[in-house]
Design a protein around this ligand. Structure first.
Ligand SMILES: [Zn+2]
Length: 458
């Protein structure tokens, strides 16, 4: 088998895309969107460094946009083969890709409305129609099962514990095994099973997003959350949580059900104000058999996290606006996760000037986003063209990452008993270098860093 690195190599953390040749067939591992500032995102427009029509199949690790976001573009440029994805990933993909297309179309429309003479109109990277065509190629499959890809190539998906449906991809051909980690989650992520790699492989492509970091303790984060809710209950303030629609929102609901008594949650009204998160909750409901044992216990013994008695799922704009009228303590979970768009902006505009408001930041906040400005202690922020004073208390809760930290990543490798060589992908150089050193120190592993255009043979 030959592997060629294309995206998510050379220090890139987004745009995951690798090309594998085996048994005379050509496969893509992921086809992710390059994310970041405008310059980075313009790279999505470049031609692929392969002919889309020459590919036999695409194998998807999980439904995050930096792993699937260029699929509609691939199809727009001629790809017509199957797209294999674990069944929950296949369920999440329409939600994620239609949302991405909506954003692309909106951006183009806004740009074209202000077009100056001589300027070329902007074409969206892809449209919802392109997405529909792409979705028709998806083949939902099961993890922990051999899947025949033809010409003696076999795929086997292993739990990655990162988001629902996320898997590591094992490819076997001619007695050799290639293992692509995909994104790996920390152990004990609520709801999800722990990552479980196979016990042997001949070459491992390993993500290294947090290869140079150790996460804060989750128990501490949970007790901090308890204190924040306590304060909010006493002062009657609102708790606003910007959260990603996939994973983090459902995780928060799970914690709330688990600590319903301890956190005195009957005092609060709880709102999920995100149509996308509500669709994702449906996907979770449909794929309950993928949950871990702890989740089954919570679902049996505690209020159902997705239908707690005081939980409101706000779908329409009217539902969302009605939250403004709610008196007394309330928890509002809304997108976007970095507070740079979406309904959470309305709630922040409304409640940031109030000193009883508690804002909880529960995820990574990219540079230049409103979430990051709040974390950095801004006294005034601009929302919808207005200056809004920040009188609320802003809390940063660090223990809820969907990515394994350095220990999680090295522990995962440690389970692959024959200590195969490792190529590090999906991490900044600093993180990859720290990971390489740690893997060599702990396991004597032969590690190197992938660069775009390079190949490896196994
Ligand atoms: Zn991911």
């Amino acid at each position: 088998m030959q592997i060629q690195f294309s995206g998510g190599a050379g220090g890139d953390v987004t745009g995951s895309l690798h090309i594998v040749e085996a048994g005379g067939r050509r496969f893509l591992l992921d086809c992710g969107m390059i994310q970041g500032d405008a310059n980075a995102e313009r790279r999505n427009l470049l031609p692929f460094d392969f002919d889309p029509e020459s590919m036999d199949a695409v194998l998807i690790s999980h439904a995050h946009i930096d792993h699937i976001g260029r699929l509609p573009l691939l199809v727009k440029r001629g790809y017509r083969g199957p797209i294999y994805a674990q069944r929950a990933t296949a369920d999440l993909m329409p939600i994620m890709l239609l949302d991405a297309a909506g954003i692309q179309e909106g951006d183009a429309e806004r740009f074209n409305r202000r077009l100056r003479s001589g300027q070329q109109p902007m074409e969206p990277l892809y449209t919802r129609r392109d997405v529909e065509q792409c979705l028709s190629l998806i083949q939902a499959c099961e993890d922990q099962t051999d899947i025949d890809l033809g010409e003696g190539v076999v795929m086997h998906l292993h739990e990655a514990g990162h988001i629902l449906g996320a898997c590591s991809i094992e490819l076997r051909h001619g007695g050799k095994t290639l293992l692509f980690s995909g994104d790996l989650g920390p152990r004990n992520t609520p709801i999800l099973r722990d990552p479980a790699p196979p016990t042997s492989a001949d070459l491992v492509l390993l993500e290294s997003t947090y290869g140079d970091r150790l996460h804060r303790d989750k128990a501490m984060t949970i007790s901090e959350m308890g204190e924040i809710l306590d304060t909010a209950a006493r002062t009657g303030g609102k708790v606003i949580i910007p959260a990603f629609a996939v994973g983090r929102t459902q995780e928060l609901l799970y914690w709330m059900a688990q600590y319903y008594e301890e956190w005195n949650l009957r005092m609060f009204r709880i709102f999920i104000d995100s149509p996308m998160a509500i669709k994702v909750i449906d996907v979770y409901e449909r794929n309950k058999d993928l949950f871990d044992e702890h989740a089954r216990e919570v679902w049996q013994k505690k209020p159902n996290p997705f239908s707690m008695p005081n939980l409101t799922l706000s779908e329409s704009v009217e539902d969302s606006q009605a939250i403004n009228e709610v008196r007394g303590p309330a928890i509002i979970i809304a997108g976007s996760g970095m507070a740079n768009a979406g309904r959470v902006l309305h709630h922040l505009r409304h409640h940031l000037p109030n000193p009883t408001t508690q804002v909880c930041i529960v995820g990574y906040q990219g540079y230049g986003t409103l979430g990051r400005r709040l974390v950095d202690g801004a006294k005034t922020v601009r929302i919808h063209g207005r200056d809004v004073p920040v009188k609320a208390t802003v809390h940063t809760l660090g223990g809820l990452s969907a990515h394994a930290d350095q220990k999680g990543l090295t522990d995962w490798y440690g389970e692959i008993k024959n200590r195969p060589p490792v190529v590090l992908v999906h991490g900044e150089d600093k993180a990859r270098e720290a990971m390489a050193a740690k893997l060599a120190e702990l396991y004597g592993a032969d590690v190197d860093l992938a660069m775009p255009g390079e190949t490896r043979t196994v």
